[in-house]
Design a binder for this molecule. Structure first.
Ligand code: IMP
Length: 181
């Protein structure tokens, strides 16, 4: 599929993201106060910048692990069929676990990962998503903490890609095509 020409319109600034993460980190610290260890599980690849900033704000004993799921490829639509490409390295039985997602869109990815991790009997399993597109939901899943609710727009930046591009933008922007479809 040839790449279409597009521009990126800024939606959420780097400053707003940092401020929101600081607020959320206090809520997470309150929830997990007294934990012996919180396993923070990032969903690759879109959450890699978010998890890096989030764990540095968390004043808790933290271990970091990752799961990679199949992605959209170069498309903009969810395939709905979620496959685990890379599983956790560590055991989470009896552990406190926080799953970190970039965007909850249809919700299939998060539902699949939560089902899998729940089957391993963690003590507590909570979820945080930087972005939420509730109008796109096809499952009854919702994250425990949300950074920002956004409209049904395709976004990039702050770790999130379009066909593997634009992950390194420090802000979140919407993709606007400037050529005829
Ligand atoms: P879901 O399974 O439909 O909820 O999709 C979740 C995954 O789709 C996210 O973790 C992202 O990787 C990807 N995704 C959803 N919306 C967007 C977007 O607007 N831009 C880039 N990736 C997206």
């Amino acid at each position: 599929m040839p790449q279409r020409a597009y521009v990126i319109d800024k939606l959420i600034s780097a400053k707003s993201i940092a401020a929101r993460i600081e607020t959320l980190s206090h809520e997470i610290e309150a929830e997990f106060a007294g934990t012996s260890k919180l396993v923070v599980v990032g969903l690759l690849r879109g959450s890699f910048i978010f998890i890096a900033d989030l764990v540095r704000e968390l004043d808790l004993p933290v271990e970091v692990d990752f799961v990679e799921t199949s992605s959209y490829g170069n498309a903009m639509e969810s395939s709905r069929e979620v496959r685990i490409l890379k599983d956790l390295r560590g055991d989470i039985e009896g552990r406190d676990v926080l799953v970190v997602e970039d965007i909850v869109d249809t919700g299939h990815t998060l539902a699949h990962v939560l089902h899998l991790l729940n089957s391993r009997r963690p003590a507590r399993l909570r979820t945080i998503a930087l972005l939420d597109k509730p109008s796109r939901r096809e499952t009854d899943i919702s994250a425990d903490w949300i950074g920002f609710e956004i409209p049904d727009e395709f976004v990039v930046g702050y770790g999130i890609d379009y066909a593997q591009r634009n992950r390194n933008l420090p802000y979140i922007g919407t993709v606007r095509f400037i050529d005829p479809a």
